[in-house]
Design a binder for this molecule. Structure first.
Ligand code: ZN
Ligand code: FE
Length: 265
């Protein structure tokens, strides 16, 4: 008997040292988001009795696309991805404003351009009533953000502002478990932030038992992620006290100073 499809859900597939690959599935069909490695995806598909029907990519880095060729050998499914990030396997190029009807699933995702980490990085958003999801690759992380490999601070700050404008209850499915390291930086900047203290306690407990801190939510990120809080006086003061910010700096300069400090923190 073939099982009936259920409401789409998201399965966490850990890979490498600290990556999360995501399988969106309905109990029958599955779409893989950023399959940097094929093996854990194939194992998860088999373990859950799922058939792969699509691949969704956010950007061109190997830890996000490395498994695509092998998955395609296994099943010849459509590959969706950014129009401007130089990924040869993308058959369905996407950019800001596009919508994806995910093959095999009763699911439509909207596409956002979020340049900064790479020049063509995109994000996928589910905007159904009561079900808000964000797949943001290496743009927004738990309490942090991606490094600026190809874009400018102004581009990344604008991309993060776009994500911060999503509904508070949007689940943030980012691609790495960097949260505790990011929280140590956030605490140094804002030692008196109560929401941050609560997140540190909560996420430390999760990691203590090897549970993911991801997904978080946009509400949690807005309350605790310093890269979304560049207008907070406490953060500006901490940067200034560390000699990392000229007085009267605008929020993009604050963002740039934060990103540079985190690189060496
Ligand atoms: Zn990356
Ligand atoms: Fe990555």
């Amino acid at each position: 008997m073939t099982p009936a499809p259920t409401e789409p859900t998201v399965l966490t597939v850990p890979a490498f040292k600290d990556n999360y690959l995501w399988l969106i599935h309905d109990g029958v069909h599955a779409a893989a988001v950023d399959p940097g490695d094929a093996e854990p995806i194939l194992a998860a598909l088999q373990a859950h009795g799922l058939t792969l029907t699509a691949i969704l990519l956010t950007h061109h880095h190997a830890d996000h696309i490395g498994g695509v060729m092998r998955l395609l050998e296994h099943s010849n499914v459509p590959v969706f991805g950014p129009r401007n990030d130089g990924i040869a396997t993308v058959g369905h190029p996407l950019g800001e404003g596009d919508r994806v009807k995910v093959p095999g699933l009763a699911l439509e995702l909207a596409v956002l351009d979020v340049p900064g980490h790479t020049k063509g990085h995109i994000a996928y958003v589910r905007q159904d009533p009561g079900a808000h999801w964000l797949f943001c690759g290496d743009t927004l992380f738990g309490a942090g953000c991606g490094r600026l490999f190809e874009g400018t601070p102004a581009q990344m700050a604008a991309s993060l502002a776009k994500l911060a404008a999503l509904p508070d209850d949007t689940l943030v499915y980012c691609a790495h478990e960097y949260t505790l390291s990011n929280l140590r930086f956030a605490e140094a900047l804002e030692p008196d932030n109560r929401a941050l203290q609560m997140r540190v306690a909560n996420d430390s407990q999760l990691r203590g038992t090897h549970l993911p801190t991801i997904p978080s939510t946009i509400a949690i990120e807005k309350a605790t992620n310093p890269f979304l809080r560049t207008r907070e006086p406490a953060i500006v003061a901490s940067l200034a006290a560390a000699g990392r910010l000229p007085s009267g700096a605008d929020p993009v300069a604050v963002f740039a100073a934060l990103r540079e400090w985190k690189n060496v923190f």
